[in-house]
Design a binder for this molecule. Structure first.
Ligand SMILES: [Zn+2]
Ligand SMILES: [Zn+2]
Length: 84
């Protein structure tokens, strides 16, 4: 894993130190178990799968659906009219 990858998973206080990534999160006491960084339960930086059925993009705990799905939803909000 790279520092960028762990930061993308919400570990925003991580740092590179002596060739190792030290996992850190500004919102919880992040743990690292078997090389997998995990947030404490309920951490607002934690990632979960997009709520849209069939979409498994990871999104932060602050939002329900990913940007892709949010855009689709926005576009479908328009009313359709015939030209004449
Ligand atoms: Zn956290
Ligand atoms: Zn999605």
């Amino acid at each position: 894993m790279t520092l960028e990858q762990v930061e993308n998973q919400g570990f925003d206080a991580s740092e590179l130190r002596a060739g190792r990534i030290i996992i850190g999160c500004s919102e919880c006491q992040a743990l690292c178990i078997n090389g997998t960084p995990i947030h404490e339960e309920g951490c607002s930086n934690d990632m979960h799968e997009c709520d849209t059925i069939g979409c498994d993009n990871l999104v932060s705990a602050k939002v329900k659906i990913c940007e892709d799905c949010a855009n689709i939803e926005f576009e479908s909000d328009f009313w359709l009219f015939a030209r004449n």
